[in-house]
Ligand binder design. Structure first.
Ligand code: CTP
Ligand code: CA
Length: 231
């Protein structure tokens, strides 16, 4: 019944959303990981579900307490980048929209040992290999037919502004939209905790907004809907 408080404009649509961060095993007890909590992906999943979409949320090491409970959201688990890619490729053919909010480890240990790495000998020298770029792959092979959205958390530096880096990444990825999280631009705005610029594959700005994560989730979904309608 609560769902009826929202416009059901996404009824009949399937969104596949990755969230959290991958963990790449070193040995049975250790991994290479990152600090991504999955909050934005969860906010997007809820925003889409409230508007009537069916959502597959591919959760990568998301704290159980953060996972949403909603009849339209199905939660799938993925641990590593390779597992996440399998999940995304498996779900993609049924989706109208694919959103990669997960922080994917760029590298993984080349080998994983079956027993715990012990100290006392020489300091281990881990060899790393690059993980596949899941977003780029989903954008390059369109046999799934879905609209593809990526995320990037960027900061500016002496080499360029947040937007310079965002535009370059948008063009390089080939996703239909890239949501650039302008990290560190909202300090002091209280509840306003996220500033985003949404770029298309040409690097042109489609939306620019700041607010709470759930407000920004709404902006992302509105921008996806407009872009899919060609406006
Ligand atoms: N991504 C992905 N697979 C990877 C790395 C990133 O699908 N192996 C996706 C992320 O889910 C995100 C987008 O690509 O949607 C941007 O991630 P980001 O880490 O900002 O971009 P990279 O291409 O990895 O560039 P870098 O980390 O060097 O800035
Ligand atoms: Ca990266």
């Amino acid at each position: 019944a609560l769902g009826l408080l929202y416009d059901q404009d996404l009824e009949g649509e399937r969104y596949v959303i990755s969230a959290g961060g991958t963990r790449e095993p070193i040995d049975p007890v250790r991994f290479l990981g990152n600090r991504s909590t999955g909050r934005f992906g969860v906010a997007l999943a809820l925003a889409a579900a409230h508007r009537g979409a069916d959502v597959d949320l591919v959760a990568c090491n998301v704290d159980a307490a953060l996972l949403p409970h909603h009849p339209r959201i199905t939660i799938h688990a993925a641990g590593t980048a390779l597992e996440l890619r399998e999940r995304m490729l498996g779900l993609a053919p049924c989706a109208q929209v694919l959103i990669m909010t997960a922080a994917v480890a760029d590298f993984r240990p080349a080998t994983t040992t079956d027993s715990k790495v012990k100290k006392g000998g020489s300091v281990p020298d881990f060899e790393l290999v690059e993980n596949p770029d899941i977003l780029k792959g989903l954008a390059a092979d369109r046999s799934h037919g879905a609209f593809v959205v990526g995320f990037a958390a960027e900061t500016g530096d002496e080499g360029g502004s947040v937007l310079d880096y965002g535009r370059a990444k948008a063009r390089a990825k080939g996703a239909d939209l890239l949501v650039v999280n302008r990290v560190g631009e909202t300090a002091g705005f209280g509840d306003v905790d996220t500033a985003i610029t949404i770029l298309d594959s040409a690097g042109e700005t489609r939306s620019d907004a700041a607010g709470t994560k759930s407000q920004m989730a709404g902006v992302v979904i509105d921008t996806i809907s407009s872009a899919r309608k060609g406006v």
